[in-house]
Design a protein around this ligand. Structure first.
Ligand code: ZN
Length: 448
């Protein structure tokens, strides 16, 4: 069961625990068997993203509302993680390899063309996307090994279509004006591609806009809503759409067609998230799947700033959160080096060769080492990720710099490479958190 730093220190000092792992810091009790009564229910929450996935380990708590005596579920944050994926690196490497091979095989004109002889397995994802599923799942499984995780939560879709179409389904938050507004907004952003429908502006604050103005009998239905920048919204005012876009009949036709087209497979927009959800279900733990609209709603209700890890905290049903002002451990997927031993130039010809073995003097690139240099120009103590060279003169990446030319004789292994790089990110200061809140355009969302 995760404990405080002080407690961990005392357990180690008194010989009651062993060090299991340095980063993330994990200890193992040796004088006690796990017994169910000292364990509390823990939940791992995920906010899957294309570049970064936020993970949060939370302890589930209960708080009693002083006025009504109602018991509300809450959560205490125990660990925040940000998993930085390398999908782009994978995709770039495969594209480069394909181009090199194509170039080298260009002269094989005598060979009969081979095509239509490739098959993809059902549920196949491109390697860069499959990697996201694999690494996210790997971290869920790691947390499961280190702590008594009893449940999982993940964000599945950006918006909950049910909450928009049928706002009465369940719970107060689903009623018009609170959660429904958030879901509608996310839905419209997806449907209109985060673009102003009238001028095509992107990366500007967008407002929800009635295509047929309400003043002229236009409805509040999703099919009558679009997004417009502040400028266009103002200019259009209460004009009918046909009058406003009279000079641009092409855009008008496209807009009206788009408005009528429902976002059909809205739920299946993101195949990777579905694949991850299936993988999470396969762990056997209860999985709560939530929408991005709810995450945003929770974040604004709880007044939590936006980071990947804190978004994970806000996934799913959560009424109160404590302890979220803590450092985030950034976990960067680095891979385990290249399989290819030949370095190529831009034309695909050999430029140089890597060592046949990946280890030098017992060290491998990616290992976490501590080097104590007693004399010379580099005198000092360095801790970080090592990059090995055949000469035995290594580079060490510390949190702030790369120290070059450290002899293997001064290095001591702390933790073997596991395909990830780690560094701590300090918690947001009060000021940063406050600014983060102020920047967002927050619509008044009072609890119903
Ligand atoms: Zn505009």
């Amino acid at each position: 069961m995760p404990c405080s730093e002080k407690r961990a220190r005392l357990l180690l000092e008194r010989g009651r625990a062993r060090l299991h792992r340095v980063v993330p810091f994990v200890i193992r009790l040796i004088d006690r068997e796990a017994d169910r009564c000292t364990l509390q229910p823990l939940r791992v929450k995920l906010d899957p993203g294309s570049r970064t996935t936020g993970l949060a380990l939370m302890r589930e708590t209960e708080s009693v509302e002083p006025d009504t005596g109602e018991v509300l579920p809450g959560a205490a944050v125990l660990q925040l993680l940000e998993l930085a994926h390398r999908g782009h690196a994978i995709s770039d490497a495969l594209t480069a390899r394909r181009a090199m091979r194509r170039r080298r095989r260009g002269h094989l004109r005598h060979r009969a063309p081979r095509f239509l002889n490739r098959r993809r397995a059902k549920g196949w994802l491109p390697p860069s996307l499959q990697h996201r599923v694999h690494t996210s799942l790997a971290w869920v499984q790691r947390l499961q090994r280190w702590a008594p995780v009893t449940a999982l939560s993940s964000e599945l879709v950006r918006f909950d279509l049910q909450a928009i179409q049928n706002p009465e389904i369940a719970g107060v938050e689903y009623q018009q004006g609170t959660l429904a507004g958030y879901e509608t907004r996310e839905y419209l952003l997806e449907k209109w591609d985060r673009t102003c429908a009238y001028c095509g502006a992107q990366n500007v604050p967008l407002q929800i806009e009635h295509i047929q103005p309400r003043a002229r009998g236009g409805s509040d239905r999703v099919s009558n809503l679009t997004l417009a920048c502040a400028c266009c919204n103002q200019k259009k005012g209460a004009q009918p759409i046909e009058a406003f876009l009279a000079k641009d009949p092409q855009r008008l036709r496209r807009l009206l067609a788009q408005a009528q087209r429902p976002l059909k497979d809205a739920a299946a927009v993101n195949a990777t998230r579905w694949a991850l959800a299936q993988a999470l279900k396969a762990t056997g733990l209860p999985v709560e799947l939530a929408s991005g609209g709810r995450t945003k709603f929770n974040r604004q209700q709880l007044k939590i700033p936006k980071t990947h890890a804190l978004d994970a905290v806000c996934v799913g049903e959560v009424n109160a959160v404590t302890g979220w002002r803590r450092p985030t451990l950034v976990v960067k997927c680095t891979g385990r080096g290249s399989y290819q031993r030949t370095r190529l130039n831009q034309f695909g010809f050999p430029r140089g060769y890597l060592m046949r073995t990946k280890r030098v003097q017992g060290f491998g690139t990616g290992d976490r080492v501590q080097a104590i240099v007693p004399t010379g120009k580099k005198v000092g103590r360095y801790t970080g990720r090592v990059a090995v060279r055949a000469t035995g003169s290594f580079n060490i990446q510390t949190g702030s710099e790369v120290v070059q030319g450290i002899s293997h004789r001064h290095c001591r292994l702390i933790q073997r490479s596991d395909g990830y790089g780690y560094f701590q990110q300090q918690s947001l200061t009060r000021k940063e958190a406050g600014e983060g809140r102020a920047k967002r355009t927050m619509r008044s969302a009072s609890p119903a």
